[in-house]
Design a protein around this ligand. Structure first.
Ligand code: IMP
Length: 199
């Protein structure tokens, strides 16, 4: 069975990836399971660039097939901020209660569709022979007028998804995974990997 190293230290993401990719005939190995400890600087200007940087760097270190992701929140009214800086917005150690309120405050003058926003996830797979695959998933919403919901993490309480009448912070975790930016990006990558003759 072929092996893919998944460049994440996050157990929750690892579980989600394993679940969605269960039909693929590959062994998915986390960084920890591969005995790797790496901190890669995300210098890209797009989610895809950052995912490719991470996947390629670890592929070059290990000679293995490597999958990496990058995700974040784009808020249209403020020029798609925080974007690729989502994890670093207002400083890594600032609580999300403060970051979320800050985004709501910055949108004080925005009404209706002007509040549009989306979670974006890019997945990249880098192969030792130089091939690179990428896949993008999004979930569209609007920035809520106040935070709601205690599920999820990060910006979940302020992203209201009209289609489901709730914020992603109010969604049951399994349901959120089934419709999320990450879930969709992983599913897209699964299809691309299935279509390959050789991994
Ligand atoms: P990373 O891709 O794990 O580095 O995530 C980047 C950042 O984007 C996170 O730290 C969160 O601030 C934000 N983010 C990405 N996906 C989600 C989500 O599903 N809910 C809430 N925040 C998210």
């Amino acid at each position: 069975m072929k092996k893919i190293i998944v460049a994440t230290g996050n157990e929750g993401k690892m579980r989600e990836i394993r679940m969605i990719m269960k039909d693929l005939d590959v062994e998915l190995v986390s960084l920890k399971e591969a005995g790797l400890e790496v901190d890669i600087e995300e210098t890209g200007t797009t989610f895809e660039e950052n995912a490719v940087i991470k996947a390629k760097t670890i592929m070059e270190m290990t000679g293995a097939v490597v999958m990496a992701d990058d995700s974040g929140l784009e808020v249209d009214y403020i020029n798609k901020e925080p974007g690729v800086y989502s994890a670093r917005y207002m400083g890594k150690d600032t609580p999300y209660s403060i970051k979320n309120q800050n985004i709501i405050d910055r949108l004080a003058a925005a009404k209706g569709e002007e509040r549009s926003a989306r979670f974006v996830c890019a997945i990249a797979v880098a192969f030792p022979d130089g091939r690179i695959l990428t896949s993008r998933g999004t979930i569209e919403g609007v920035i809520a007028y106040e935070p709601k919901g205690t599920n999820g993490f990060g910006f979940d309480p302020i992203v209201y998804v009209p289609e489901y009448g709730m914020t992603t912070g109010e969604m049951d975790p399994d349901f959120k995974n089934s419709i999320s930016h990450r879930g969709r990006a992983i599913a897209g990558m699964t299809e691309q990997l299935k279509a390959l003759k050789t991994l």
